[in-house]
Design a protein around this ligand. Structure first.
Ligand code: ZN
Length: 136
């Protein structure tokens, strides 16, 4: 396994529009996409910075993963996503190395990427996402 770059950093926010203003007007990054991911119960906003992106995540349901996260820990960095080639074999490699998977097979994430999460209990406290752009 050798990730090519940090695909994005996921940040949990309470209010997407307000946080977009900060990233756009204060930091000067441009929001190029807002998208709802229904099965994750989130609305997301994306900003490019170099090869990486910032992904803001607002919950659409208090019972969803981001809703629960904010209730427990408040707003802040939620996960880090690595871009990989061959996500299926990468998941197998990770699992063979004793890491607990949240997703044993990839699923569709925002921006049409194939994604899978690794359990933070196995990754030194960092919720880790692997993603692959198969449209490239
Ligand atoms: Zn993500």
């Amino acid at each position: 396994m050798k990730p090519s770059h940090i695909e994005h950093i996921g940040i949990a926010v309470k209010n997407l529009e307000e946080s977009i203003k900060y990233y756009q007007d204060v930091l000067g990054l441009e929001c190029y996409n807002i998208e709802e991911v229904k099965d994750q119960k989130v609305r997301t906003a994306f900003f490019k910075i170099g090869d990486a992106k910032i992904e803001l995540l607002e919950s659409t349901d208090p019972e969803g993963p981001i809703g629960k996260y904010i209730e427990k820990k408040g707003e802040g960095i939620h996960h880090i996503a690595f871009a990989v080639n061959g996500i299926e074999k990468t998941l197998k490699h990770v699992e063979d190395n004793g890491v607990r998977l949240i997703d044993s097979t990839p699923r569709k994430g925002a921006e049409g990427l194939e994604i899978a999460f690794l359990h933070p209990k196995s990754t030194f406290g960092v919720l880790t996402e692997l993603c692959e752009d198969k449209n490239k």
